[in-house]
Design a protein around this ligand. Structure first.
Ligand SMILES: [Zn+2]
Length: 662
């Protein structure tokens, strides 16, 4: 480890040791000429009456040079360490909290307190109702008080120091008591915007406090014309900085740019693996601060070979760049035309390139299993009549009865399973774990079917069950490669993992999936959730306690939920009974799933009476958002979703092993 890093680590450790939440005595404010009591009260968010009481003032008249004691408002999580001479009523008066409340918050029976004792001044954040996302409980704003430093606040609220500066547009680290600081990002901090119906460029520019010409330059727009679903970059960053988008996870960013998570955290003053949409992450050390750091040969970039049908805006979008950036890095002329075979320098974000697996090796080549090449395949035995999903209501039935369909699906599956088994191992980190993977829909139930448009404005339809099935299969492979035991609840008789090149070749709604147990295949009813639970019960019957996981994958339409992965655990809507173990598991998946991911409790049938130790439903994508519909169509982004899930499982397994004391 180089010395500068060592020093930074030491600084971080010191900062952890200081709990920033302690309340100090009131601050002293010296009245300036022209000040009024009401102004001072407003500035510190207290009432005039409080200031009068603290200073024993009879009237509101104040004079320049006068010293006033001002107590700062108590915030959630605040505490006070009892000093010599303190009494409960004195503390209550000092912080304007009634004695009975102080006693209730601190569960005190009498009035006796001890020097050095910690007293809470406000209860921890309140717990909201079942339908509320967990993360909304968090404090979004903080009022600076005496003794605070920016780095202490950053640590306390788990915001990176540089992000705290970014959020509050601070030029220096000087802060003053009473100053309000934003702790969490909002939509307006993000670096991208997906155009909605009826929006104009002028309006978007105004909302994000950007200029129209800036947006035109960043996105190579000619005039004011924008398309619904178009993803606009709102700001640019140097190649040494990564602007976090929704869904980006710290581990992925680190891997893409070839640095360790640890290093990335040090560089950005991060305490945990949480990052936020719009956050600017430094990827390389600042020369001024770390002159002795190992020299880097400049920002790490990847090469992208242009395919037929590609256009610059889409390549930029896939690599999380602006058109302006891709043009600049490649020294392209304005409005340059690109050709298949051209090599472009891009950010190293095309996630699948980083995988160590040869996916083509999982295709089946056997004389008794006829393979049919197709742009959205491969298919075996039979393929859909259409090349893409042609409408919202279109579907294709499977010609054979369910029992025969099941036998065919099993034949394909056994072949696939043994191929996966012969691939070797990435690790043995999931050894001993049993994981049931449930594609949330299938058979007669396609889940959500959504109309979207490609870059040329052409209509496309995305069918939920076909895409989440593909992601579940990728999770299956990765779980096995890490030594885990995996069971799918559904199987398909004519395909395994599918590619779709180009992404406009959408998967067709085929109602041919069957349950992965012979006894249940009369005709699969997708809504028959108890069958999935029964399959799980059978699959987990011999699995060791504490190591049984059930994951149900979805990409539903939920306009009220945010545009980010959502992990759902069981919570009864009637009694409020909560599956706490699964809730904890759900929360622990968030850092792996990426910026903006959330958890929520809901009374879901597939999670009730489910035999697994932890069971959650993961909305990998929310098809109420065009950007997510767009992402599902790309094989590498589906693969990325699968990797996130598996990364979360690996984290969970590692924690369980640590707890067990190995
Ligand atoms: Zn669904």
């Amino acid at each position: 480890m180089s010395r500068p890093v060592y020093i930074l680590v030491a600084l971080l450790l010191c900062a952890f040791a200081i709990d920033a939440a302690e309340r100090k005595s009131p601050i002293v404010y010296v009245v300036k000429r022209g000040d009024t009591l009401s102004e001072i009260a407003a500035r510190y968010r207290v009432s005039q009456r409080q200031i009068k009481r603290w200073n024993k003032l009879r009237s509101s008249r104040i004079r320049a040079g006068q010293s006033l004691k001002v107590g700062l408002p108590v915030q959630s999580g605040d505490w006070y360490r009892v000093r010599r001479g303190d009494t409960l009523s004195k503390i209550a008066r000092q912080f304007s909290v009634p004695v009975y409340r102080l006693k209730a918050i601190n569960r005190l029976n009498g009035d006796v307190i001890h020097v050095g004792q910690k007293l809470r001044l406000q209860p921890a954040a309140p717990v909201r109702s079942a339908s509320t996302d967990d993360h909304d409980e968090e404090q979004r704003e903080y009022t600076v008080r005496p003794g605070d430093t920016l780095s202490k606040i950053a640590l306390r609220f788990d915001v990176g120091l540089s992000f705290l500066r970014q959020l509050n547009q601070l030029k220096s680290d000087l802060i003053r008591p009473g100053q309000k600081l934003r702790l969490r990002a909002s939509r307006l901090d993000e670096a991208v915007h997906v155009v909605q119906e009826g929006e104009t460029l002028t309006e978007i520019a105004r909302r994000y406090r950007a200029s129209v010409s800036q947006l035109q330059r960043l996105n190579a727009l000619v005039g004011d014309r924008i398309l619904i679903g178009q993803k606009l970059r709102l700001k640019d960053a140097e190649s040494t900085v990564h602007i976090v988008e929704r869904g980006d996870a710290l581990w992925e960013i680190a891997r893409a740019y070839g640095i360790s998570v640890y290093r990335l955290k040090i560089l950005n003053g991060l305490r945990s693996n949480r990052i936020y949409p719009g956050q600017e992450l430094k990827l390389y050390p600042d020369r001024k601060l770390e002159p002795n750091a190992a020299p880097t040969s400049g920002p790490r970039l990847a090469t992208y070979v242009v395919q037929r049908g590609d256009y610059l805006a889409q390549i930029a979008r896939l690599h999380q760049m602006s058109v302006a950036e891709i043009t600049r890095i490649n020294k392209l002329k304005r409005n340059a035309v690109i050709h298949p075979g051209d090599r472009l320098k891009v950010r190293p974000m095309r996630w699948v390139e980083l995988s160590e697996i040869d996916w083509d090796d999982l295709q089946i080549h056997r004389a008794d299993t006829p393979k049919i090449a197709s742009g959205n395949g491969p298919y075996y035995f039979s393929r859909p009549r259409n090349k893409r999903q042609p409408s919202k209501t279109y579907y294709e039935d499977h010609p054979s009865p369910p029992s025969k369909t099941y036998r065919q699906a099993m034949r394909l599956w056994r072949e696939f399973e043994s191929k996966v088994g012969r691939m070797g191992r990435l690790s043995s980190r999931l050894e001993g774990w049993h994981i049931v993977l449930d594609p949330g829909h299938g058979g007669l139930d396609p889940g959500a079917v959504v109309l979207t448009r490609d870059g040329n404005g052409k209509r496309l339809y995305v069918v939920e069950d076909e895409y989440v099935f593909d992601i579940a299969l990728r999770v299956y492979v990765l779980v096995r490669l890490h030594g885990g035991h995996a069971t799918m609840t559904l199987l398909s008789p004519n395909h395994l993992i599918r590619q779709n090149e180009p992404a406009t070749q959408t998967f067709v709604n085929e109602k041919n999936e069957v349950y992965n147990l012979a006894a249940y295949n009369h005709w699969p009813r997708g809504s028959n959730l108890s069958t999935r639970v029964r399959i799980a019960r059978q699959a987990l019957a011999k699995a060791p306690r504490g190591r049984r996981i059930f994951l149900s994958f979805h990409a539903d339409i939920e306009p009220k939920a945010p545009e980010a992965p959502l992990v759902l655990y069981y919570k009864s809507s009637k009694s409020g009974r909560t599956d706490r173990v699964s809730r904890q598991f759900a929360r622990s998946l968030l850092p792996a799933l990426g910026a903006g991911a959330r958890v929520r409790g809901q009374g879901l049938g597939v999670l009730r009476n489910n035999p697994a130790d932890v069971k959650v439903l993961i909305e990998l994508r929310n098809m109420a958002y065009r950007d997510h519909v767009w992402a599902l169509r790309f094989e590498d982004l589906r693969h990325r979703d699968a990797e996130k899930v598996v990364h979360g499982l690996l984290d969970h397994a590692a924690r369980a092993t640590r707890r067990a004391g190995y």
